[in-house]
Design a protein around this ligand. Structure first.
Ligand SMILES: Cc1cc2nc3c(=O)[nH]c(=O)nc-3n(C[C@H](O)[C@H](O)[C@H](O)COP(=O)(O)O)c2cc1C
Length: 167
């Protein structure tokens, strides 16, 4: 193994701009769990696949490692507080926020830019994380734009003075 400084590596990874998601699931007794993740990637259209990488350090790690279903909630511009809550808050993260509560289904949060309901397709061990790949069973997008994140900083696509449409 190379003697990389993990902090320097993390900072180098962080220059890659991403969106922000909250990944949710339920424990066996139905308790909702969720964490903020920017490791979301779309993988395939046919079949429809996506992935996210839960860390082994998560208090909810075993739930995500063993879940049959999970949801990826793509945060909208302005939902920074929700991102902070699902990254840091130690209490009930689902108290006092709006979310769609259907028995047996992973929570879908109000006001998100898009959400994807997934059946677990593959769980691949990957160092201190796992790659959790999901087959998309349902999805919805709103007219809201996604929240951006780079170098530990949230940004808005509306702020992007030099934004240029691809193509
Ligand atoms: C913008 C952002 C992106 C994050 N991305 C990930 C990620 O992709 N995977 C992960 O395991 N943790 C990620 N984290 C950290 C987790 O959200 C955080 O460690 C987790 O919510 C802690 O939950 P716990 O207290 O239940 O263990 C991210 C945090 C932030 C603020």
């Amino acid at each position: 193994m190379r003697p990389f400084d993990p902090k320097a590596l993390r900072q180098a990874f962080s220059v890659f701009p991403t969106g922000v998601t909250i990944v949710t699931a339920r424990t066996a007794d139905g308790t909702p769990v969720g964490f903020t993740a920017n490791s979301f990637t779309s993988v395939s259209l046919d079949p429809p696949l996506l992935l996210v990488c839960p860390g082994r350090y998560l208090s909810s790690f075993s739930v995500f490692e063993n879940c049959e279903r999970f949801a990826v909630n793509v945060l909208a511009d302005g939902q920074e507080a929700l991102s902070d809550r699902f990254a840091r808050f130690g209490g009930d993260r689902f108290a006092q926020i709006g979310w769609w509560d259907e028995a047996g289904m992973p929570p879908v949060l109000d006001g998100v830019a898009a959400h994807f309901l997934c059946a677990t397709h593959r769980v691949i061990p990957a160092g201190d994380h796992i790659v959790l790949m999901g087959a998309v069973e349902a999805f919805e997008r709103s007219d809201r734009r996604g929240l951006g994140f780079a170098e530990q900083t949230y940004f808005s696509l509306g702020d992007a003075g030099r934004a240029r449409h691809y193509g």
